[in-house]
Design a protein around this ligand. Sequence first.
Ligand code: SF4
Length: 273
Amino acid sequence: MTCPLLYRFRVIDRLPEPPSPAAARGTLVHAVLERLFDEPAPRRTPQTARALLQPQWERLVAAEPELAGLFADETERDAWLTEASQMLDRYFTLEDPTRLEPSHRELEVAATLESGLRLRGYIDRLDVAATGELRIVDYKTGASPREEFVARALFQMKFYAVALWLTRQQVPKLLQLIYLGNGEIVRYAPDEADLRATVRKIDAVWQAIQRARSSGDWRYRQSKLCDWCAHQSICPAFGGTPPPLPAVPGVVAPQTTGSIPPPAAAEQAPAPV
Ligand code: SF4
């Protein structure tokens, strides 16, 4: 939905992307918030969260040693850890984890649409009320979006809601995005019509992917995301040329998108919700 060519680089070409401090901080903060709920409720304090930072960072580096090379020296790494710590402090201004008992953390959800498309994703946290109502919670380490981009941010949450709806036959009561970058919460109460519209949207995105897969026409779409894109050097928007598409057994490889201009607004299908 954001950039078809970036989707191609990531999913079709499977090009590696070097770790970035911002992405690593997101992983670290998520890991701490997940582990925080292993503690008995009275111990879910800012002090406990801060104490979890270093061991979680060491665990992440052990699993992915290249993370250790993200920082020039210890001073830079410590400044980065301080920012992560400030995000955790901000979390406690938004929720009181001593009063929460999540039903699941890092919950894998999977469902198959009527079209046959298989959906799969991970929910940061699922809360189930005593009355059985579901709340899907996602942590973001960036800042909350401007009003015109909230719907786009909610698409991911509606995607999870669809997966839960199809597997549990229950529309989640609340979708909750917690933005630790600026300390704001976005909440949305979906209804069944919302989720049906999301299913149509997901199917439309998948059809667009299949069309691009058979035509080789993976269009680039410039946005603020380009500033963080690891593939600028092979993106036509920045004067680069994409590599040939990887061969698929039994399929003649279509032409690559090297000289394709950015799409006109009317051609940009499907549009974000
Ligand atoms: S640099 Fe921008 S336009 Fe090019 S692939 Fe990355 S996100 Fe898409």
